[in-house]
Design a protein around this ligand. Structure first.
Ligand SMILES: [Zn+2]
Length: 241
C-alpha cells in the first residue's frame, strides 16, 4: 500500500527523514515518531472527534512518553492490530481518546449517540445491547474470524525482512502480550509494517515471537512509498522458505 503523505517536500524534525517527490525517506529508526509528526502536519492540532485544540505535543522519542499516547487515536485500535501509519492515525484529545478506547470509529459514533439520549431507561437498555454486541464482534476479531484490517493494506507475507536488533527491552510487555494472546487465539495480534525496501518499521516483537515459535505467516503491511535509507544496523532475517 501507499500511505497518505503531504504533497509537498518536507524535512522532518530531528533528522528523522524527509519527503521527496511523494516518497518518505526515513533516515533514522524513528518510524512511529515520523508517522505522528506527519499526522499532525496533515490533520492539524485539533481533535478529530470533538474539534478541541490539542496542545503539548512532542514528536521526540525521549519526550513523547505519555504525551502522544493521549493525543493521537488509532482509528483501527492497536488492540486489533491497527498500525501506526498516517492512514490509521488522527489527532485526538485525551478525553475522546479515553472514551473511544478500543472501539472502531463507527462504533464510537454509535456509542456517542447513545450517550446523548435523554431517556435514562432507554439509554440503559441501548448501552447494554451496544456493549453485548461489541463484546461479540471484538472476540470474533481476536480469533481472526472477522478481519480488522482492510484488504488493501495487506500484502502477501514476505520471505525475508531486514530487522534492527538494537533493542532495549527484548522480552518486554508487548512480547508478553503477544505470547498470552497467541495461547488463546492462535494468532499474532499485531501485523508487521515493512518499508518498500523491506526494512522492518514496526512489529519487532511480532517477528521475535515468530522466530521463537517457528511461525511462518504473519499479516504484513508493506509501505511502497516509504524507503529506509539510514545507517543503523539491520540484518536480514528469513521468515519463510
Ligand atoms: Zn476530543
Amino acid at each position: 500500500m501507499k500511505i497518505q503523505l503531504p504533497r509537498e517536500n518536507i524535512i522532518l524534525s530531528e533528522e528523522k527523514g524527509e519527503i521527496r517527490d511523494g516518497i518518505l525517506y526515513l533516515h533514522r529508526n524513528m518510524f512511529e515518531e515520523a508517522m505522528f509528526e506527519l499526522t499532525y502536519l496533515m490533520y492539524g492540532h485539533v481533535c478529530y472527534y470533538c474539534g478541541k485544540p490539542i496542545t503539548d505535543i512532542s514528536y521526540s522519542k525521549e519526550k513523547r512518553k505519555g504525551i502522544l499516547k493521549n493525543s493521537l487515536d488509532h482509528l483501527i485500535p492497536r488492540e486489533f492490530g491497527g498500525p501506526s501509519i498516517t492512514d490509521n492515525l488522527r489527532p485526538c484529545c485525551s478525553g475522546c481518546n479515553m472514551k473511544k478506547g478500543n472501539m472502531f470509529p463507527d462504533e464510537f459514533r454509535d456509542f456517542q449517540e447513545i450517550m446523548k439520549m435523554k431517556n435514562h431507561r432507554e439509554q440503559k437498555m441501548s448501552l447494554k445491547e451496544f456493549f453485548s454486541e461489541l463484546d461479540f464482534i471484538q472476540e470474533k476479531r481476536r480469533y481472526g474470524e472477522v478481519q480488522s484490517l482492510p484488504d488493501e493494506w495487506l500484502e502477501e507475507p514476505m520471505k525475508s525482512v531486514y530487522v534492527n536488533f538494537r533493542l532495549e527491552d527484548p522480552i518486554g510487555t508487548v512480547f508478553q502480550r503477544i505470547s498470552q494472546f497467541y495461547k488463546k487465539y492462535k494468532r499474532i495480534p499485531y501485523p508487521i509494517v515493512v518499508s518498500g525496501n523491506k526494512y522492518l518499521l514496526d512489529g519487532f516483537n511480532s517477528i521475535l515471537f515468530m522466530k521463537i515459535e517457528r511461525i511462518t505467516r504473519i499479516e504484513t503491511i508493506k509501505l511502497e512509498n516509504v524507503i529506509y535509507d539510514g545507517l543503523e544496523m539491520y540484518t536480514a532475517h528469513i521468515l519463510s522458505d
